[in-house]
Every structure is written in C-alpha cells, then in structure tokens.
Write a new protein. Structure first.
Length: 202
C-alpha cells in the first residue's frame, strides 16, 4: 500500500527513452526477480526505509494482486540494454472491508467514504522507479499508461505524505488528497488520494 518512489527533489533531466510492456498474471512471472530489485531500490531510502522483510512482502502482495480482478501492470525498460527502469500496477477494489490492503484505508475513511471513494475504483497500488532513472519522465509515463483506457470512473492510492516527489507527480496529474492517517500499530502516516478517470484517460 505505497504508491510512490521517494522524496528527494532534484532538477528535471532529459526524458529517458522507455520501452513499455504490459504484463498479466502469467507473463509477470518471468520478471519477478527484476521487479523485486527495482522495488527494493525505490523504497529503501527515505521516507520509506523499508526493511528486507517488508521488501520480501512485496512479492507476495504482487502475486496476490496479479490474480485479482482488474489487474494491470506496466513495465518500463531501457531500450539500450533491456534493464527494467520502473513499473506501475493496480487492480480493482471490489469490497474495501474484505481487501487486505484496502481495509486499513477503509477503516480510516469510515464506511460512507470507503464506499464512495474505494469500492469499485481502480487501486493504483505501486509506482516504483530506479533512483537513477527518476525525474526523467519514467514515472509519469508509467502512471499515465497504467491509467489509460480503464473502465472505472475513479482511482485511489495511498502514499506517504513525506514522499514529496511522488506527491508532486500525482498532484500534477489530477490527484487530490482526501485523508491522512496512521497505519495501525505504526507511526507511519499515509495520505489517501483520489483521481477521476475522464474520457481523456480512456
């Protein structure tokens, strides 16, 4: 439940060329090792500072999500060497209260808001970019591709309010915050954001 990739601001660089690939549950398997490496690199620094166990949980979460309705995953590769630069994925939230990763958000929002903002919406679950590929258009391209053509009318995500770079990307693409809460048993805050999916996205 962490859609973001860091908080360190730096000047924008020239856009990187990226080869995009959309994968499904079956074709995802051959990329798991590199996906894990990118995830660890993206979330080991502040504000996330994810430990090894949390990073290992990512693979379980990804496999579970890949088998869920509405799963979409987009990978971005460097055309020069085929190296994975980043990825974005999401899925449909059917019943927030029964969804292991949506439930803490639903509880924080309350029943009425959870039904309004989460149920039936596209959960933009992860956006991760290698640190040396950031601020070069990779994250924005992955984001836009993952949301393009979705049947849902709304998307939601949860990220750290300290992930300034990610927040800037999201706000620049039409997301707005509706709540900030603390994860149960943790001091880590999360900001919930929503975005209407318009005809231009489709």
């Amino acid at each position: 439940m962490a859609a973001g990739n860091g908080s360190c601001a730096a000047p924008n660089l020239q856009p990187l060329p990226v080869v995009l690939l959309e994968v499904n549950e079956r074709s995802l398997a051959q990329h798991l090792g590199e996906l894990h490496l990118v995830y660890c690199a993206a979330f080991e620094g502040p504000p996330w500072r994810e430990a090894a166990r949390e990073s290992d949980d990512f693979l379980f979460r990804l496999r579970t999500h890949a088998a869920s309705p509405g799963f979409r995953c987009v990978l971005g590769f460097a055309p020069s060497n085929g190296r994975l630069l980043g990825f974005a994925y999401g899925l449909t939230t059917l019943d927030p209260a029964r969804d292991r990763w949506a439930a803490p958000v639903a509880e924080a929002l309350g029943s009425a808001q959870a039904t309004r903002f989460l149920a039936g919406s596209f959960h933009f679950a992860e956006l991760a970019v290698r640190p040396n590929a950031r601020r070069q258009g990779v994250g924005g391209l992955l984001h836009d591709t993952a949301l393009a053509g979705l049947p849902q009318r709304q998307a939601w995500l949860a990220t750290s309010p300290l992930a300034l770079e990610a927040l800037a990307l999201y706000r620049g693409r039409g997301w707005h915050s509706i709540s900030t809460f603390l994860l149960a048993g943790s001091s880590a805050p999360r900001t919930v954001m929503i975005r209407e999916l318009t005809a231009s996205d489709r």
